[in-house]
Design a protein around this ligand. Sequence first.
Ligand code: AHR
Length: 516
Amino acid sequence: MKKNSITTLLIAVFLCLGQSLSAQNTVEVKLTKQEDAPQISKHIYGHFAEHLGRCIYDGFYVGEDSSIPNTNGVRNDIIEALKELQVPNLRWPGGCFADTYHWKDGIGPKEDRPTIVNQWWGGSTEDNSFGTHDFLNLCEALNAEPYLAANVGSGTVQEFAEWLQYVNHDGISPMAKLRRENGREKPWNVRIWGVGNEMWGCGGNMRPEYYADVYRKYATFMTDWTNSNALFRVASGANSEDYHWTEVLMRDIPKNLIDGVALHHYCVLDWGDKGPDKSFTDAQYFKIMQEAIKMDELITKHTAIMDKYDAEHEIALVVDEWGGWYDGEAKDKGVLYQQNTMRDAMIAGVTLNIFNNWADRVKVANLAQTVNVLQAVILTEGNKMLLTPTYHVMKMYNVHQDATLIPVSFTSPQYTLDGQSLPAVSISASYNEANEKHISLVNIDPTKEHTISIDVDALKIKNVSGMVLTSSDVHDYNSFDNPNKIAPVAFKDFKLKKGKLQITVPALSVVVLEAK
Ligand code: AHR
């Protein structure tokens, strides 16, 4: 063996030893408020509801005549659960469906509406009974801002501009008249608009250079010279690490025409074989965690590109699709129904910590999707409904909505499998207007607890309380027979002494602490 190789081997052994020792050691973290720290936009806690599988039909919407208790056809139990969740915004009608959707087919008397074939998701025929009024009224009931993704791929500028006028114009205009004829006097004032979806794929298979020009044209007719309606216009963004897409959009779209650039990233094993939703292996769990943690690298690199053109951070990064994507057990694979296990709770906790910590660039994000599709927060079966582990994590993290970030920097202990390792612990923290501090900690390691010592001296803390979401097996989930198997409980495994908060974060857990 050459001298260089021996040295490399010794360094590797040393590093491995160091890692296994540090996993048992206390990790030191210091929390200090910073004057110029950004606010964590509540909109990073957004959700997404597409016409896909059983998300809208037989999910949210069961119809006015259903025996399931509903308000204008939308299940009351879902409305209540989402109100509890404090959903800040809801994206609709897609996804890929958005660029096939013609909004005028979904207004007026339901019996007169034409049908639409859902070409991307199983080719089912929909009757358009859930349309613009149904969605926007639902958002009002939820106290959530609507985020409309408009059809660019198969629509026209006129169709888009008319939708805007229909939902937003308060004065006299043909579309405002039509809205009033359909029973709605006042506009809904929709602020957040997506200009197409995945324009590199189902939105039209465009090149970024071409889409940038298409975007400029659509954006021109959305509002006036100065965007006096204060619309938040989102350009369809990159697929994961397609940095060229972001570069071209930032370079070619004038800043006065754009408010956000999107990014989609799913935690997927392999697009050809996504692996099971429930009976995944340890290696598959590790890989999905790797994909979740990758969000940080993606935001870092997309932000670096955005910084070249927008050093002031006036344009937001909008992660309007994220979550885990597996092969569920439904016979019809087009419906994207999957079970939601503790693995998903880990994705949610890790991702939300990343978004919090990137508060100065990420201003909107949407988990895919709300009901019965992908990493859902709610699953339904007939008249039954359950809340998934992901629902509970999102709810626990609500405390960060619109709070001020407390920057965290620390070196995480490692979660190691088959010679590979990942940071086991992730943390984010914030304080709200009442000066309550919240610290979220996630330990993705399914077998080891970790002790974290947080120096909170500068925060002048007197009382601490907490909640934890955990389970003994990463494959655990809430089923219709046992819907409350996984739910948050009070957390007591911490000590506050002389300005130090020492916390033992259980294996496979999400902990949120409140400190006053
Ligand atoms: O969320 C499911 C699909 O994933 C969306 O329709 C599309 O935008 C993405 O590819």
